[in-house]
Design a protein around this ligand. Structure first.
Ligand code: AMP
Ligand code: MG
Length: 404
């Protein structure tokens, strides 16, 4: 059986290789967060566009102030956005504000904190250094330079940069459309009252939200019973979208029919199990050139397998690169005992003591235990064949998205 890293690699490989029209669309900058850029953002002019003072102080000629104690005559004032066309002559200085253009002749800014003023006479308490507190024109970017490259995920910094360059309408790739389908005779809508042996559909919402946060547009198909005809019809509906994510019906039970129905529809299976717990029966297939994920129905399994396998596919179909799994190290607080050939993803609480991350495994009743998962803010990853890990050891953890 595949390791989770190999299964992820497989997903990325298949998602990359399937022909997909790279649809582009335009969005206003406010709507661009999380989208993948299709066309570059270029510098419309030099940045900074002028030699910019980065302090409130006095623009001076450095050669006039080689040692502390120089006295200069203040011949004017420059606010941000203001002009001073006369230039600074030897023995002169100009009062200048942060963000203002350094006047001709001056090549250094002395901070207002380091002067004494007596009318027009400015006494410099420090020597001036050439270029100090000035960012020269074009040193951040030259006009025409690439500011944000295609395939970049737009975050707040990239958006600020696009705004700075005046690119307020952005060309981005169309987000993949992802259909969410829950399966199970016993599953009822979350807004209804379940019978004593029924359960409400919680995977519908977790998958929808994980998909949307990943950058997909979602279509909610609700739940279908474990019955071939209904399942087939719902799957065919889902295959009209780019990615279909099913929950439930992929284990070994007599009424786990997802694989059979997919096979009837001509699906090609890339894996039908991964060496992880929870989530072992996870299925990944392609059908009619669409990506299909059959996630195990136990809610924690659903969430873990979405994070591990569906998310990279969404990234790739969004037009970007698959984001790496955000694994980091934390110091174990309690003893962990797990056995077997699988990699375990255990609900855990990660806290920081200063700069050091600490992790505690939370008690749980297995992969159906959403109560435990909602208390967890991450997962403790225990590799295969680890029998016991002692407190104080450094272990791998991943955050539960949005919880940290
Ligand atoms: P399955 O993967 O179909 O064998 O289901 C495993 C467990 O997950 C069973 O206890 C189901 O009742 C439960 N389950 C399946 N689908 C859902 C769902 N959409 N929401 C909540 N629990 C579910
Ligand atoms: Mg089921």
């Amino acid at each position: 059986m595949l390791s989770y890293t190999d299964a992820r690699r497989k997903v990325i490989e298949v998602a990359t290789s399937i022909p997909r029209p790279s649809l582009r669309t335009h969005v206003e900058i406010e709507q661009a967060f999380g989208r993948i850029l299709a066309e570059p953002v270029l510098a419309d002019r030099d940045y900074p566009p002028f030699d910019r003072s980065t302090r409130d102080g006095f623009a001076v000629r450095a050669e006039d102030a080689q040692a502390p104690g120089a006295r200069l005559e203040c011949v004017g004032e420059l606010r941000a956005g203001g002009r001073f066309d006369e230039g600074v002559l030897p023995g002169q200085c100009v009062e200048i504000m942060t963000g203002a253009s350094v006047p001709r002749g001056a090549d250094s800014i002395v901070m207002v904190e380091h002067i004494q003023r007596d009318g027009r006479t400015i006494l410099l308490e420090r020597a001036a250094k050439k270029g100090e507190h000035i960012v020269f024109r074009g040193t951040e970017a030259r006009a025409g330079a690439l500011l944000v490259a295609p395939k970049t995920r737009m975050g707040y910094a990239e958006m600020a940069l696009a705004a700075q360059a005046g690119t307020t309408r952005l060309s981005v790739f169309a987000a993949p459309r992802l259909a969410v389908l829950s399966t199970g005779d016993e599953v009822v809508d979350a807004r209804s009252t379940p019978g004593p042996l029924q359960v409400r559909n919680s995977n519908g919402i977790s998958i929808e939200i994980m998909a949307r946060t990943a950058g997909a547009e979602t279509l909610q198909l609700g739940n279908v019973p474990d019955e071939k005809g209904a399942l087939r019809a719902a799957i065919e509906r889902g295959l009209a979208e780019d990615i279909l994510v099913l929950s439930g019906g992929v284990s070994m039970g007599k009424y786990d029919l997802v694989e059979q129905v997919l096979a009837d529809l001509g699906a090609e299976f890339h894996y039908t199990g991964v060496s992880i717990r929870p989530g072992r029966p996870a299925v990944f297939a392609t059908c009619r050139n669409k990506l299909v994920f059959g996630l195990p129905g136990n809610p924690v399994s659903t969430m873990v397998t979405f994070e591990l396998f569906v998310l990279p596919a969404v990234d790739v179909w969004n037009g970007g690169d698959a984001r790496p799994l955000p694994v980091f190290r934390a110091k174990l607080e309690t003893t962990v005992r797990e056995k077997g050939p699988m990699t375990h993803f255990l609900p855990a609480r990660i806290e920081w003591e200063g700069r050091e991350a600490r992790v505690t495994q939370l008690p749980w009743q297995g992969s159906g235990d959403v109560v435990a998962l909602a208390r967890a803010n991450g997962f403790l990853i225990v590799g295969p064949e680890r029998l016991e890990i002692a407190p104080g050891e450094w272990v791998d953890v991943i955050p539960r998205r949005g919880a940290i």
